[in-house]
Design a protein around this ligand. Structure first.
Ligand SMILES: [Zn+2]
Length: 67
């Protein structure tokens, strides 16, 4: 994984962050680490949706071909 140093200050208000915090205590801005996790979660979700679409399409094709 990337070895970026942990984020010490909020990107928006520059307030010091608690170690491993997901949100800034001062303004509520998401930390870089939390944003990365959200992007990863969105990617996994899109992959899952694509998988479901492919499966539904495959079953529909099988059903159509069996008639
Ligand atoms: Zn902040």
């Amino acid at each position: 994984m990337a070895s970026a140093p942990p984020q010490a200050n909020c990107d928006r208000c520059r307030a010091p962050l608690v170690a491993d915090a997901a949100y800034c205590d001062n303004c509520g801005e998401r930390t870089r680490k939390a944003r990365r996790l959200v992007r990863l979660a969105v990617r996994v979700e899109l992959l899952f949706i694509a998988l479901v679409v492919v499966l539904v399409g495959a079953f529909a094709a099988i059903y159509y071909l069996q008639k």
